[in-house]
Design a protein around this ligand. Structure first.
Ligand SMILES: Cc1cc2nc3c(=O)[nH]c(=O)nc-3n(C[C@H](O)[C@H](O)[C@H](O)COP(=O)(O)OP(=O)(O)OC[C@H]3O[C@@H](n4cnc5c(N)ncnc54)[C@H](O)[C@@H]3O)c2cc1C
Length: 461
């Protein structure tokens, strides 16, 4: 029988200041941590005029998982794996299950997550809402393409089970829909079968951007995973120099004998936690130049094959907890765009202007995307995608990014909402041709705009 004592254990709302991973644009919201579907439904029903939005592990960089003056539902307490079907490689999970949890639970049975971004610390709810991509987009597409079905709580309190076949409009408005169609309560995922937990990687230095693009274009069909890291400050003939890493999961036979006894081992350990003591400006043109140079020199001149762990290959930054603190209190911006393959001149212009202006980016990553998913606001679409991490205090950054926006737009490209904290509503409308289709679905399922975020207000989504 429930006692008064037990009733008081229901999580109470707390006013908290929230940011995205870039630690810019904080806002204060009433945060609730529901543990059951019923508690989610009550929290949505009780949202006031400023509405409500779901939040996972807060790994999107800007403001999509914030709702200043309104409610935010932190779903990380709903983190149970509800069922697994080992024969068909499927997992039924609550929305707060992280990709790390899924790897720990499913790798012993020979299954990896269908798509992984550059961090394991994202939830399934966040992965669906941003329709995330990984190094395998050219081979595997985006996350939502591996969602067999999901349960979505709508603004009126009803729950709909969505599949791409039975409810394509709402399914594909929710995939990439940034939490604005409702709250994902549960998902069934198709996992990826693997023989081992190691990746056989070829790493090769590239002298410039052209060589990076040539290398990836020539070899992507042979590799499930591929990515180029660039020294973003190199100029002249070395513009866009860096290294390309291409890999496939190793088969059991490819493991050395000492690893064959535990082919599916997975026990990543964070090496350290970044203390919260760094001044803004530690990563600047001078320090990033030194680190870029060292990383470039470390990359092998000729193709070099090695076995990598999941953590080492997919999630190197996860080795240091709270690494975003190195940017200091002012934080940093991640800028990710995609332009069609035909727009290599735009890509080169952007790389050149950033390098000549000397805007430092410690992480600069180039990938080739395969075809788009049907997600109305899904980001990936066939072309080159480039990602920069810029400290917010970089001189001339606003002008540079505005210029980059115009270049991307003119080339028929787009920016990624999961990384965005500054795009304009006008640019968004021009970059996402299916925005109206998204708005139509949203108007049907949430006519009073219950689901809102700082980002949706800024972008008039
Ligand atoms: C180091 C690093 C590397 C990254 N690399 C990549 C990459 O390679 N590729 C890529 O695509 N992304 C990448 N990202 C971004 C990250 O994958 C996405 O932002 C992801 O959505 C974060 O998940 P989260 O659980 O932290 O969601 P949050 O950031 O908390 O929320 C993101 C969005 O999801 C919505 N949401 C969360 N849960 C639910 C739910 N249950 N129902 C409905 N909506 C919900 C929120 O409202 C919000 O709009 C990277 C991020 C970091 C920090």
């Amino acid at each position: 029988m429930a006692t008064d004592m037990e009733v008081t254990t229901v999580p109470q709302p707390r006013r908290e200041q929230l940011t995205g991973w870039g630690r810019t644009a904080p806002s204060v919201a009433e945060v609730l941590r529901p543990r059951t579907r019923q508690e989610v439904a009550e929290a949505v029903a009780g949202a006031g005029a400023r509405g409500v939005v779901a939040r996972g592990l807060g790994r999107s960089y800007g403001d999509p998982a914030q709702n200043g003056g309104g409610r935010v539902l932190d779903l990380t307490s709903m983190d149970r794996i509800l069922d697994v079907d080992l024969e068909n490689g499927r997992a039924v999970v609550e929305p707060g299950v992280s990709l790390q949890q899924l790897m720990q639970a499913m790798l012993p049975f020979g299954y990896f997550v269908p798509v992984t971004p550059g961090t394991r610390y994202v939830t399934v709810g966040g992965a669906i809402a941003c329709d995330i991509h990984g190094k395998s987009h050219h081979a595997d597409g985006s996350f939502a393409q591996h969602v067999v079905s999901m349960d979505l709580l709508l603004a009126d309190g009803s729950v709909r089970t969505l599949t791409p076949e039975a409810e394509p409009e709402l399914f594909w408005a929710t995939a990439g829909g940034m939490g604005l169609t409702g709250v994902v309560l549960q998902a069934t995922l198709q996992m990826m079968p693997v023989e081992t937990s190691r990746i056989l990687v070829q790493t090769r230095r590239v002298a410039n951007l052209d060589e990076a693009m040539e290398q990836m274009t020539a070899t992507d069909a042979d590799y499930r995973f591929s990515v180029a890291s660039l020294d973003n400050l190199a100029t002249g003939p070395a513009l866009g120099r860096g290294w390309v890493e291409s890999g496939n999961f190793a088969t059991r036979d490819q493991l050395p004998p000492k690893l064959r006894a535990t082919p599916l081992a997975f026990n990543p350990k964070p090496l350290a936690t970044m203390p919260n003591v760094f001044p803004s400006g530690l990563l600047n043109k001078r320090t990033v130049r030194i680190m870029n140079e060292a990383n470039f020199r470390r990359a092998p001149k000729a193709a070099h094959a090695h076995l990598a762990t999941i953590g080492g290959f997919f999630h190197p930054l996860d080795a240091i907890h709270d690494w975003n603190r190195v940017y200091g209190a002012a934080g940093f911006l991640q800028y990710q765009f995609v332009v069609p393959f035909a727009a290599t001149a735009t890509l080169r212009r952007v790389v050149e202007r950033v390098a000549v202006q000397g805007a430092p980016s410690f992480v600069t990553v180039l990938k080739r995307f395969g075809p788009a998913s049907p997600g109305h606001l899904s980001f990936p679409t066939g072309g080159w995608t480039l990602t920069y991490d810029f400290p917010t205090g970089t001189p001339g950054l606003t002008g540079l990014l505005n210029w980059m926006d115009a270049q991307v737009l003119e080339a028929g490209g787009r920016l990624y909402l999961a990384k965005d904290s500054r795009m304009s509503a006008q640019d968004l409308a021009a970059m996402y041709p299916r925005l109206e289709a998204f708005r139509k679905v949203r108007a049907e399922v949430d006519p009073h705009g219950v689901f809102v975020s700082d980002q949706s207000r800024r972008l008039a989504l």
